[in-house]
Design a protein around this ligand. Structure first.
Ligand code: 8YV
Length: 324
């Protein structure tokens, strides 16, 4: 009997083809996440689970595991999994680093430019037949070129975002827990500053920290008040890093020029007041959504599963796995 591998959401064919010869593949063929009961059943009968950010793999789900060897998360972030508990049970947890940062950085830049130049409202206006002639004050936006970018969290994605800023001749500030090696700072023309200074000096603040207990609501009322009224907030990380209600208030009150979000505090729900705001760009968590990158992510998740099935330590264990 082949080992059962459960995939909890749609998965690119390239990866299914890799897995299929080695296991009894159970795939959720829809974009509706499994219920908790379905997750627990899958954990009980599978040797490997391929999970998505919407699957909450907490202690209870982990405790329902029978022969489960690996939880292979399809994504770089893994805040949906209780890694410490999985580690205690000897269940490997993997993610997909190294394959999605450039694509997510591309989207971040699309968001910076879109929100600065009001691309989405301008498109809606044109589409609605309202463009009756050129206007000197029509859809005036803000410059990006030559401004200051603040990158909060300078891991793979933050660095890829910072690298692109060179083409826009920007000053780039960054903040994170640990300072980067000088060589990296020099290569990317990065200035390390305290978070409050970054917020006060940047024209565009882009968030790239993982969600942990320390980064929950990292940006709330106090932090938004530190930002310049002409500044923009861009967020492609995890929704709970920002206090959405405080952001809506700041945008409403004109205390911030605009924001662009790919993620939400109570994803997939939007917070009250968001849809009415014209200076807020809303996207449905598509940071890594290019065909090529989703294929790469799926192949890496599949390789991790194949490693585990073969009894090898998987190639991309999450940092800190097995070290309580
Ligand atoms: C994925 C992401 O789409 O990598 C991440 O952390 O948020 C996205 O790239 C998501 O994790 C799918 O599970």
């Amino acid at each position: 009997m082949k080992p059962i591998v459960t995939v909890t959401n749609l998965f690119p064919d390239v990866a299914l083809e890799k897995l299929a010869p080695h296991c009894d593949l159970r795939i959720n063929q829809t974009e509706t996440p499994p219920t908790r009961a379905e997750l627990m059943r899958a954990a009980a009968e599978s040797l490997a689970l391929v999970t998505y950010l919407s699957d909450r793999i907490d202690q209870e789900v982990i405790e329902s595991a029978g022969k489960l060897k690996i939880i292979a998360n399809y994504g770089a972030g893994y805040n949906n999994i209780d890694v410490a508990h999985a580690g205690k049970r000897g269940i490997w947890v993997t993610n997909t680093p190294g394959v999605l940062h450039e694509t997510t950085a591309d989207l971040t830049w699309a968001m910076i430019l879109a929100v600065a130049r009001r691309i989405v409202p301008a498109d809606a206006y044109t589409r609605a037949g309202k463009f009756k002639g050129w206007g000197a004050k029509m859809f005036l936006g803000a410059d990006v070129y030559g401004k200051t970018l603040g990158v909060v969290g300078c891991g793979e994605i933050g660095r890829a975002v910072a690298r692109r800023a060179a083409g826009f001749n920007m000053r780039v500030l960054y903040h994170q827990r640990n300072r980067l090696p000088e060589k990296v700072e020099r290569e990317l023309n990065l200035e390390f500053v305290p978070l409050d200074d970054l917020l006060a000096q940047s024209d565009y603040v882009s968030l790239h920290v993982p969600l942990t207990e320390k980064t929950r609501h990292l940006v709330g009322e106090r932090e938004l008040a530190l930002m310049k009224p002409a500044a923009f907030l861009i967020h492609t990380g995890r929704g709970k890093v920002v206090d959405d209600a405080a952001l809506v208030e700041a945008l409403r009150g004109g205390r911030l020029a605009g924001a662009a979000l790919d993620v939400y505090e109570n994803e997939p729900e939007l917070s009250a007041g968001m849809v009415e705001l014209e200076n807020l760009l809303l996207l449905p968590h598509i940071g890594s959504a290019s065909t090529e990158t989703r294929d790469r992510m799926a192949k890496l998740a599949a390789d991790n599963v194949l490693d585990a099935l073969a009894g090898r330590t998987p190639r991309s264990l999450v940092p800190g796995w097995g070290h309580p």
